[in-house]
Design a binder for this molecule. Sequence first.
Ligand code: DGY
Length: 326
Amino acid sequence: MTKPFVFITRQVPEESLVALKVVADVEVWPEKETPVPRELLLEKAAKAAGLYTMLSDKIDDELLNNAPNLKVVANLAVGFDNIDVKTASEKGVAVCNTPDVLSDTTADLTFALLMATGRRIVEAAEYVKEGKWQNWAPLLLAGTDIHHKTIGIVGMGRIGSAVAKRATGFEMEILYHNRSRNTKAETELGAEYVSFDDLIERSDYIVCLAPFTEDTKDLFTYETFKQMKSSAIFINASRGGVVVEEDLIKALEEKSIAGAGLDVFRQEPISKDHPLLTFSNVVALPHIGSSSVETRHEMAALVSRNIANVLKGDKPEAIVNEEVLG
Ligand code: DGY
């Protein structure tokens, strides 16, 4: 009996495919970094029962409407804003993601980005490498403290809570804003629920971890940055689309805020000529929130199990549109 066809849009750890290969005929786009061309993705989707996708693959209505056998799209990410979930649900296609397994790793990176921006770590490391370090000086590359400052977390889900947990170790005051109250974070981590405006005005570090949705699109505008303390540092580890980048650039030019740490951008990858890279007080990373070897292996294994389970008619561990399971 022929097995259902699954197309994987990037090279992933081979050992993570074992479970999947039992139930499916698997084809892998053989590139580690280059995305599969759109035309080829459409061609593969047209005959696939499963698609194993990256957050950079656009799974839109054009693709979904031309994929008659498709049963599951499983993203190697917790975010799934690259997938048209509404159309997928209408077509009965399960959309799966990788929550939980990456929360601590993404929180580690987010906190590292916060610390790197606040304490000017990247700038300082470059200073040494470029041979500029001639003398010790009292205020040489002086940054801003992290301990005992106020962190404002926008999006207090699993990753936000893990960031808050790290902030407790630095004895920070923790404010958060979220669609709904997170009473666990309030009782266990001492986080205070505040309005978005309150958070923006009171925080020393504003950290965005909210998922990218119609509600969070363009959430951070020029007005938002103007509302922040001039000593505030903005950290974004969610999606680039939550920020109006021209507005962030203007705010940085006017020194309305003290710096920004960015793991995500509106259009990824950014080029080396991107205006945000001209600021010494901007730390820019190539969207590596969940990128530790251990976590990427766990994520890859979870994606495989998600696809295998859907194809076997079992409930996958992580599904975004449970209603399609009937
Ligand atoms: C995700 O999984 O959505 C993260 O952005 C990856 O780093």
